[in-house]
Write a protein that binds this ligand. Sequence first.
Ligand SMILES: NC(=O)c1ccc[n+]([C@@H]2O[C@H](COP(=O)([O-])OP(=O)(O)OC[C@H]3O[C@@H](n4cnc5c(N)ncnc54)[C@H](OP(=O)(O)O)[C@@H]3O)[C@@H](O)[C@H]2O)c1
Length: 335
Amino acid sequence: MNAAKEKSVKAIVQDRYGGFEVLALKDLAEPAIGDGEVLVQVVAAGLHIGDVFAVRGSPFPVRMLSGVSRPKYGVPGYDLAGRVAAVGSGVTRLKPGDEVFGVCRWPKAGACAEYSRAASDGLVHKPAELTFEAAAAIPTSASAALHGLRDAGRLQAGQHVLINGASGGVGTFAVQIAKALGAEVTAVCSTRNVELVRSLGADHVIDYTKEDFTKAGQGYDLIVDNIENRSLSEVRRALTPNGTLVLNSGTGAGGLRLLARLVRPVVLSPFVGHNLRRYLSTPNQADLQFLRALVEKGQLRPVIDTTYPLSETAAALRHIESGRARGKVVVAVAA
Ligand SMILES: NC(=O)c1ccc[n+]([C@@H]2O[C@H](COP(=O)([O-])OP(=O)(O)OC[C@H]3O[C@@H](n4cnc5c(N)ncnc54)[C@H](OP(=O)(O)O)[C@@H]3O)[C@@H](O)[C@H]2O)c1
């Protein structure tokens, strides 16, 4: 193994679940890597709502991964971009010095640290066109957009798709990916984000402060709902008779109410003309390559709302939890 010299690294660490005050900047031992793994010198970490869930330990099922009573490792962040510092045995595709982006081995590692541990198949080469901050914004949110449109939504070129919540982390990617897949795109957002989603390629924009997309009288082949602020019957009336609704919000409810909201559409789907779907997206190497190719073709550009320094990771997570981010929130870990 070509391991880097052992040293301590700065990382954001939580030793218990709770509010963002549980996060502290500490020195940790540099992560050890095993066969098929890569040590990444992290330049930037991309954050999303799942990272908020992990710090809070809520919804409870997140603890099945990270530790039931307290976090086992406790460094937040899944998405990263940086430079390969060392590779474990069996890794031939990547070498020290390569610029990469992808996902770390969370919860055994975390992206909000100077060095992190990743499976080699969780990383791909960073497109030269992107900064590390922009590349770190891609993995989870762009994969969720791709999997929602292409896999759960089975989007075909020429179809008309509506994206509710088009200005957020997933939505800003979804607008661009839907255009790249050949769809006609209607984006739903607030007044302040109309120009943003238009600049991403949306053919039509519905400002939800002025117009109700469920009453627009238009039949959409596919609706990707990142917000789920409307009832199922209200959203379904905006679909074509055999259209597909992809539900994509794990936020805004808790406990049994959340469970009912997650399960009800899936149970109902076989009994109605519409396809009602949920999906769980995990970034994978093939799709990270696909997203990288879209960047290289000029069809995908991450929208960054704010970049925070590592010491302000708590503020970055608070920003995400507000539900008001325009695009992505990123943490700059190193230069
Ligand atoms: N299925 C999966 O595997 C998977 C993976 C990743 C994420 N997700 C889910 O995807 C959802 C979206 O994530 P995200 O990162 O895109 O969220 P986000 O970045 O927090 O979304 C924030 C955006 O939503 C807009 N917004 C707020 N209220 C709205 C409304 N009523 N109508 C339309 N837009 C509204 C906000 O702008 P304004 O406030 O100005 O409107 C803001 O730009 C989350 O629920 C997350 O859990 C699922």
